[in-house]
Design a protein. Structure first.
Length: 301
């Protein structure tokens, strides 16, 4: 049976996210290790920069008590394969050298935090090429990942490239984008893929019928390999297929409907792959929306 969970709030401490996941009967969870709309790094003074090419931004490590509290909560919870999602500000495809360096140093901080917490991976959006080109953006991503891997040699936590919907100049909405990154980096075994159902649907990949689902997965397998999928984001889509608009809906309440989730949850190839909801929080008729979405998913098994 797939491991089902959701992105959980870290308000009150990282361990609170674990406790909330347990209370909802989840098998796994996703968290932020820092506010996703803020930079988790500060500039290193020029006098401390050292040799050229080194980090220009320094991330604050997690407090020892925070790490030990999260690890203890995880050990007692029975949850497995937790991941973090990186900051929305990070853009390893940026043509702006200063923003690219800040993104790289922030991603290093993200990976350091995840490694300290014992997380399986850090989900990251590949990036946006902005004013450059698709080819240049993909090259910048690979360059950044190579440097990140050098700076975090020996880490067990994976970088999980997330499929995107393709809004604006976002990269990762075509399987060949991810294929090129994996083919270019020097340590591809340190990368995995997080496949988002809403995103690939919005990017144009069909999932509704059994034949369409099989065709889309076969294309992914040909280009990248299904073994690269280390996690899923389970989200329905507000917008139709091919819209390239990233708008999540509750399971079965959007343009995807229930069929794609039924196919995915019953696919034996992903029987032990963690799957995380990223649907809106709140309550409905006295029940949390997370509980409702989990109940709908489990009814499809």
């Amino acid at each position: 049976m797939p491991l089902l969970g959701a992105h959980m709030s870290i308000a009150g401490g990282l361990h609170k996210a674990v406790e909330a996941a347990v209370a909802h009967g989840m098998d796994t969870l996703q968290i932020f290790t820092f506010s996703p709309s803020q930079w988790s790094v500060s500039a290193i003074p020029a006098a401390e920069l050292g040799k050229a090419g080194g980090p220009k931004w320094r991330g604050k490590p997690l407090a020892e008590a925070t790490v030990s509290g999260f690890r203890a909560a995880m050990k007692a919870s029975g949850l497995s394969q937790p991941v973090a999602h990186n900051s929305y500000l990070i853009n390893l495809a940026s043509p702006d050298n200063d923003l690219w360096q800040k993104s790289l140093d922030t991603m290093t901080c993200e990976l350091e935090r995840a490694e300290a917490l014992g997380l399986m991976g850090v989900v990251m959006h590949p990036g946006s090429f902005v004013s450059s080109t698709e080819a240049a953006g993909l090259e910048r991503i690979a360059l950044g990942l190579n440097q990140l891997h050098r700076d975090t040699a020996g880490y067990r936590t994976l970088n999980l490239l997330e499929t995107t919907a393709g809004q604006g100049t976002n990269l990762g909405h075509r399987f060949e984008h991810l294929q090129q990154i994996l083919d270019t980096v020097t340590e591809p075994d340190r990368l995995g893929i997080c496949l988002d159902t809403c995103h690939i649907f919005a990017a144009g990949y069909p999932l509704d019928s059994a034949e369409e689902y099989a065709e889309t997965m076969a294309e992914f397998d040909r280009r990248i390999g299904l073994s690269r999928i280390k996690a899923f984001h389970l989200n329905d889509s507000v917008k139709p297929r091919g819209s390239r608009v990233d708008r999540h809906a509750h399971i079965g309440e959007g343009q995807l409907g229930l069929n794609p989730f039924r196919h995915l949850l019953r696919d034996p190839r992903f029987a032990q792959t963690p799957m995380y909801l990223e649907t809106a929080k709140g309550d409905r008729d006295g029940e949390t929306l997370d509980a409702i979405n989990l109940r709908v998913l489990r009814s499809l098994l």
